[in-house]
Design a protein around this ligand. Structure first.
Ligand SMILES: [Zn+2]
Length: 520
């Protein structure tokens, strides 16, 4: 009996070696469907022209509502696979947060990544210093760009999968399409054609929690015997966020080496790709709206001085030094925080600061001025302290869903349940008072930026707090706009007498200057 079993196991072993696994078969079939290993190996260079549109779900007008149309762009990509270098020339016409056009190039070489030109309203110190504007990519952006480039080059990705069969692992079918996993990607295949139909990653979003991020491939056409997908839909948790159409593909065009050259000043201290704790969705989607701060911290420029907690009135402290601020109000036995920007990394920093500065005073309430990902994305890090969430009218159900979402891929916080977090939805205004009589009051604003937006009011300091409708600190524009007017209108309607305002962006500024401008 023993001998029979041994013989059987040998036979099974032999069979398993000789027969390719289901996963290998799917990969082999896809490589053949795309033109075969030989033709794919013969691809040395590629040039692509494409048009695309992008949308941002977490900058919507209504909490949890329709994604905001962000931009319409054209790109020209050249790739030299031998040099492992690529260049993407962008013309990006934004609709949000303000109409503008950024024309710039991204160059990625085996050493580093670079941006030539201005690609964001949130420029880092190096971009501001260089003339003409340019900067090297942060390690976070470089790692993200490299990952997305692999997702978009199916011939290269499938060749890598074929060359490393041991790294190709089983995965669950997606929508009836058989799938395999490989090096952080899940690739599904069209059962009819064998071509890859979807390239998925399992990402983390600071609002939605654990998410799927998918590239859906269709409209395959042949170029020099190689099939390329001309239509590419990008979906976040099944919702369209980018729509790309290839308009021109050239295989093995001549590409001048100079196309990949960058100023020497940039290459000197350029970052290597980050290898862990990469907030992919933050890096990708802040670029959708042209506000990405290219830095190795999501919250501030690592080439600058960093975050600080600045007292701006007695018992009132503003987080300054980053791209986005919070306000902390010290009450008799607790703290109230307004806004939880960027990611939980910033919130954990703030919680550490408050524990050191205000021992024994826990954060009892987090007020969010509005639901946008850049001002609310650190909510879990603050709410983990056990406080209540205060949001404007119409935002309660959205945040109940947000807090119920799984968050196992959040690398800043261990996974936990937030279903016990109380959520207070403010219909018009709400007063929070401590035992000494100190108050924090919030008012719903009629405003052009987001539904259910709140203004904060700290009576003892005669200080207001607003986000995204006015940035206190930098010079005011020459003419009033609906956002600025909404601040003055809310103050009037509520009958307040502010001296100054602090902001979710900027610092602190005199209120009368705003009144004069809006009164013009
Ligand atoms: Zn906003």
């Amino acid at each position: 009996m023993k001998h029979v079993l041994a013989a059987l196991s040998v036979a099974v072993l032999v069979v398993s070696c000789a027969t390719p696994s289901r996963e290998q078969s799917l990969v082999d079939r896809a490589v053949n469907a795309m033109g075969g290993a030989e033709r794919i190996a013969a691809i040395k260079t590629v040039a692509v022209k494409a048009n695309l549109k992008q949308w941002e779900p977490e900058q919507s007008d209504v909490p949890g509502g329709e994604p905001r149309f962000a931009n319409e762009a054209s790109i020209e990509v050249v790739q030299d696979r031998g040099r492992r270098a690529s260049r993407t020339d962008w013309v990006k016409n934004f609709a949000y947060p303000a109409p503008r056009t950024f024309t710039y190039s991204e160059i990625v070489t085996p050493q580093a990544g670079y941006v030539l030109g201005v690609d964001s309203n949130g420029r880092n110190a190096q971009s501001m210093k260089m003339s003409p504007p340019a900067h090297s990519m942060s390690g976070l952006r470089l790692a993200t760009t490299l990952r997305e480039s692999r997702r978009n080059s199916q011939t290269a990705l499938l060749s890598q999968m074929r060359a490393s069969p041991d790294k190709v692992q089983p995965a669950s079918d997606i929508g009836g399409h058989p799938a395999v996993s490989f090096d952080g990607f899940i690739v599904a295949f069209d059962p009819l054609t064998g071509l890859p139909s979807r390239v998925r990653t399992l990402d983390y979003d600071n609002i939605q929690g654990d998410v799927t991020y998918d590239l859906l491939l269709s409209d395959w056409r042949e170029f020099d015997g190689v099939k390329i997908a001309m239509k590419r839909r990008t979906e976040l948790n099944g919702r369209l966020v980018a729509d790309t159409t290839f308009t021109e593909v050239r295989i093995n065009p001549a590409i001048e080496a100079s196309r990949f050259e960058v100023p020497a000043a940039l290459s000197a201290d350029a970052a290597r790709p980050a290898v862990r704790n990469i907030p992919y969705q933050w890096v990708i989607r802040r670029q959708f709206i042209g506000t990405y701060l290219d830095s190795d911290h999501a919250a501030y420029d690592t080439r600058g001085p960093g975050l600080r907690l600045q007292e701006v009135a007695p018992g009132v402290h503003q987080v300054q030094g980053g791209s986005h601020n919070s306000l902390v109000v010290e009450m008799s036995d607790h703290l109230i925080v307004m806004d939880a920007p960027t990611t939980d990394a910033q919130s954990l920093w703030l919680v550490g600061q408050t524990r050191a500065r205000f021992p024994g005073k826990p954060i009892r309430a987090l007020v969010l001025t509005h639901h946008h990902m850049d001002h609310a994305g650190g909510l879990r890090g603050i709410l983990a302290e056990g406080g209540m969430l205060v949001v404007g009218q119409g935002a309660g159900a959205h945040f109940r869903r947000v807090l119920a979402a799984p968050m196992t891929r959040n690398f800043d916080l261990p996974a936990r349940s937030f279903h016990m977090t109380p959520i207070l939805e403010v219909p018009e205004s709400h007063v929070m008072t401590d035992s000494s009589g100190r108050q924090v009051i919030v008012y719903v604003m009629d405003n052009p930026h987001a539904k259910g937006m709140l203004m904060g009011w700290i009576p003892h300091a005669k200080l207001g707090f607003v986000t995204d409708v006015w940035t206190p600190g930098p010079p005011l524009p020459a003419k009033p706009n609906p956002g600025l007017a909404s601040v003055v209108n809310t103050v009037k309607r509520a009958g307040l007498d502010p001296e100054r305002f602090a902001g979710g962006h900027g610092t602190v500024a005199d209120y009368q200057t705003l009144v004069k401008l809006v009164g013009q």
